[in-house]
Write a protein that binds this ligand. Structure first.
Ligand code: ATP
Length: 331
């Protein structure tokens, strides 16, 4: 394990009967990185988190987390990492505050700091008013917020967040995103399992996409988009006047391709929507339009998003290996 790797797995595998939930996973996460673990339902994200926490034994391969073997040093490991899963983690018979006190003791939070830390987290997750209510009476979103507070109690250096925004209303979800961003800025390492691609795009330095337990892509959203050849989406507003066949004109420009759009060429000025491989292709299309007699009013570009990348992978497209690239299909 290199000095900066907080998580390192090699060939990590977990089978349940005939199902290979995690398939020879090589995953490196560096200190202070926020890495998104993405993939369809059943791709192996939660199983990976459970393996990395020592809750589940691997069928093969190895894992080191903060230098520990999760299966053998689980207790020491859990004192230094925080885990939030969708499964409620605080005893329903306790009040929220008492549940947090219990875990503060488990996590060795210095007694002098416990009450202040609990008050701070209850306030941060909007649970102050419900602090002395039994957890059994909490709504789904309140339980989720309590689980997050519990994960942060001991200010862990590594966080595993499995669907942290599940069941949260938009205001609470935004507060959680802001909290994760704050933790990232303060240097906490985070492994974030999420189906929320906008959340992953906003928060993650890098994403790892799993399919049937194996890594199919890994890298920054921008690098993955480039490796997949995803286009920049361009909208041009223009009075086409003398241009009789804009699609024929587009076909002559290298790096530009027509995007099917129901409102293409609708309205006045017309809106022409196309995909461009790079800036040169955008400039060439605008030049060709002007040359053909069109008046161009606006050019709007949208970089490929993580959602574009995810759906390209879902269609079976795979990133092309780049010379000298450190990101690609190996995580
Ligand atoms: P989701 O996005 O739905 O939460 P996931 O990516 O977290 O899915 P896992 O929960 O890791 O996926 O499941 C991976 C595979 O392993 C699935 O096929 C699941 O049915 C199987 N699996 C997970 N836990 C068990 C278990 N305890 N016993 C049997 N099969 C299991």
């Amino acid at each position: 394990m290199t000095r900066t790797h907080v998580i390192e797995t090699r060939g990590l595998t977990r089978r349940f009967g005939d199902v290979t939930a995690v398939d020879a996973l090589d995953l490196d996460v560096e200190r202070c990185e926020v890495v998104g673990l993405l993939g369809h339902n059943g791709a192996g994200k939660t199983t990976t988190v459970r393996l990395l926490n020592g809750v589940l034994a691997p069928s093969g391969g190895s894992a080191r987390v903060l230098g520990f073997d999760p299966m053998h040093d689980g207790v020491a490991l859990r004192r230094r990492c925080g885990v939030s899963t969708e499964t409620p983690s605080v005893d329903e018979r306790l009040t929220g505050r008492a549940g947090l006190r219990f875990f503060a003791e488990v996590f060795d939070v210095p007694p002098a700091r416990v009450e202040r830390r609990i008050d701070e987290l209850l306030a941060a997750f909007d649970l102050t008013a419900a602090a002395d209510q039994r957890v059994g009476t909490y709504s789904k979103g309140m339980r989720q917020r309590l689980t997050l507070a519990r994960a942060l109690l001991h200010e862990p250096e590594l966080l595993f967040l499995d669907e942290p925004s599940s069941g949260l209303d938009p205001v609470a979800a935004r507060a959680v995103d802001e909290r994760i961003a704050g933790l990232r800025d303060a240097g906490t390492t985070v492994l974030l399992c999420t189906h929320n691609l906008a959340q992953a795009q906003a928060l993650c330095d890098r994403v790892v996409v799993l399919e049937r337990g194996a890594v199919v892509a890994s890298g920054t959203p921008t690098a993955l988009a480039a490796d997949l050849g995803a286009s920049i989406e361009v909208r041009v507003a223009a009075r086409l006047a003398a241009v009789t066949d804009v699609w024929a004109l587009l076909a002559d420009v290298e790096g530009a391709r027509r995007l099917e759009s129901p409102d293409a060429l609708g309205g006045e000025p017309h809106e022409v929507r196309f995909g461009a491989s790079d800036d040169a292709a955008i400039a060439a299309v605008v030049r060709a339009l002007v040359h053909a007699g069109a008046d161009v009013y606006a050019v709007e570009r949208r970089a490929p998003s993580l959602e574009d990348v995810y759906f390209a992978l879902h269609r079976g497209e795979r990133p092309a290996p780049r010379a000298g690239a450190t990101e690609g299909v190996s995580a």
